[in-house]
Ligand binder design. Structure first.
Ligand SMILES: *Cc1c(COP(=O)(O)O)cnc(C)c1O
Length: 234
């Protein structure tokens, strides 16, 4: 596990990268939020980041996430679910999280809507867009987005905020930008169709600058804050 000192140092460095990219690409200062992706990382690492005023955390694995949410009750954390969603596991997601970035179908959105307690604020939703059109990757295809957005926006207890994408690995910066640009264009078409979207969930440790250049409003950063994960294939 990373030490408290290294997490503090890494967070400062990531914030500097975001601020530098905002300046370089003409983005308003502070317009890109930082989601700390804490999957596979211990509670102690989340506490270390919290100590540096990092309040938004993203998790991929439901049971692990629920254990951490329980252990961190009482801390001012905004929890984001960013992993694959099984339709029989939507209830705890609807009950325990503030955001879900990985909604790929109307079926899942309907379940989250029906299971979101009315006593809580609306659940914030991003539609995951399969921008690289990979058969193996989850996410809605481009042609499905307009109807999906309209149907999701009409559901109670959830609020459609924008798109999320996890692109294929790109060869270089220009290729990263081109893929992110396609996501931004898809988002703009939805905005033009009347959806008041304000969130573009794009960019990870290796490509956050390209994402900021193409309009990301929330970068999802794991490794660059918490160090390497146990179960990372590369
Ligand atoms: C793991 C993960 C991240 C963070 O990736 P890093 O390369 O470690 O920054 C971001 N988004 C999603 C959906 C992830 O699963």
């Amino acid at each position: 596990m990373a030490t408290i000192t290294s997490i503090k140092h890494n967070l400062l460095h990531v914030r500097q990268r975001i601020a530098a990219a905002e300046t370089q690409y003409g983005r308003k200062s502070g317009s890109v939020g930082l989601l700390a992706v804490s999957k596979t990382q211990p509670v102690a690492s989340i506490l270390a980041a919290l100590g540096q005023q990092q309040y938004h955390f993203g998790e991929n694995y439901l049971q692990e996430a629920l254990d951490k949410i329980d252990a961190l009750q009482g801390h001012p954390i905004v929890w984001h679910y960013i992993g694959a969603i099984q339709s029989n596991k939507t209830r705890p997601i609807a009950q325990q999280f503030d955001w879900v970035h990985s909604v790929c179908s109307l079926k899942i959105a309907k379940r989250l809507s029906a299971q979101r307690p009315a006593s809580l604020p609306d659940l914030n939703i991003c539609i995951q867009f399969n921008v690289s059109a990979e058969e193996s990757k989850s996410g809605a295809p481009l042609e499905a987005l307009p109807a999906l957005a309209t149907e999701i926006a009409a559901l109670p207890h959830i609020r459609l905020r924008g798109l999320m994408a996890i692109p294929q690995k790109a060869e270089n910066f220009d290729q990263q930008r081109a893929i992110f640009h396609a996501v931004q264009q898809a988002q703009q078409r939805l905005i033009d169709a009347g959806h008041p979207l304000d969130t573009l969930s794009l960019g990870m440790s290796a490509d956050l600058e390209a994402a900021v250049a193409e309009g990301s409003t929330m970068v999802r950063i794991g490794t660059a804050i918490f160090g390497l994960r146990k179960a990372t294939p590369d």
